[in-house]
Design a protein around this ligand. Sequence first.
Ligand code: ADP
Ligand code: ZN
Length: 328
Amino acid sequence: MKTPINNYSSVFILTDENIAPFWLPEVCEWLHCPDAIEIIIKPGEQQKNLQTIQEIWNKLLKDNADRHSLLVNLGGGVISDMGGFAASCFKRGIDFINIPTTLLSMVDASIGGKTGIDFGGYKNQIGVFAEAKDVLVNPVFLSTLPKRETLSGLAEMLKYGFVADSDLLQVGLDNYQSYISRAAEIKKTIVAEDPFEQGRRKILNFGHTIGHAVESYCLTKGNPLLHGEAVAIGMWCALWLSVHEFGLDTSVLQDFESKLPMLLDEAQFVVDEQGVPEIMEKLVHDKKTQNGKPQFVLLETVGEPVVDVEVEPDMICESLLQFRNLLF
Ligand code: ADP
Ligand code: ZN
């Protein structure tokens, strides 16, 4: 740890009901922190809202957190997004560290200082950039992670393969552990170059323009997808658009298509004719949409992404319809 934990006036650990029974006692021991105050919330993206943030603030207040308290976020992206946001506003900001317990958060969400909550039916609408004091990665947590969650993390690892390092396109269920540190390094390097997403960091949004819209759509329909599953759908659409707009080799699209049955093994993506316009509506509300025009990251070739690409709505619709055809 960069700042020893005993330098803080008090330590709070935020986690959820699934993770606590497996890992909370171990982590208190690991941090040499038997007096840590637990904040245990319900699991899931549906909890990533203002009400939960209030619960966290109430608990911090009730147990006398002060500006020298530390919040430890023990969990996946939902916990680090909410904990980071709650900590960075509480008394104008207290320190927090992230201990990621999902594959996705080890390679992505716990790194890079994006924090926040969903609002008004849209993902990550309210939040701030706030850097964790430290990120403690330990793959031992993955031993209890459900397979569906592992697959969701694999999708984000494949994303790094498309935009930055083609070796990451080799990741699968049998070898992902050996790529965790490499994927996390890619994220750290890109974020260090461009912390506030003015330029290069935008390449990390590959698959996320449509991905976020699909994720929001499924969430509001009460049939949520995991983030990585939605990103897998978004990446397929982005690859399809790259083939049609930038002449990307179709074999890249086909190779990825062959991985979809694995990546979406447990996902239920139900979208009727009416769904496509609803997803288009969600796209317009994406934070990266400018003047009502969604901004895409597309590929010229693997490892050569182009950012800020405006795509005609007709083409976006077509990519979604083509994806739908794959399912039937
Ligand atoms: P993500 O990092 O994908 O955003 P979430 O924070 O949404 O992940 O967590 C995904 C789900 O997995 C939640 O239900 C959470 O309780 C559960 N979970 C997270 N880490 C573990 C773990 N190590 N073991 C078992 N369940 C876990
Ligand atoms: Zn993502």
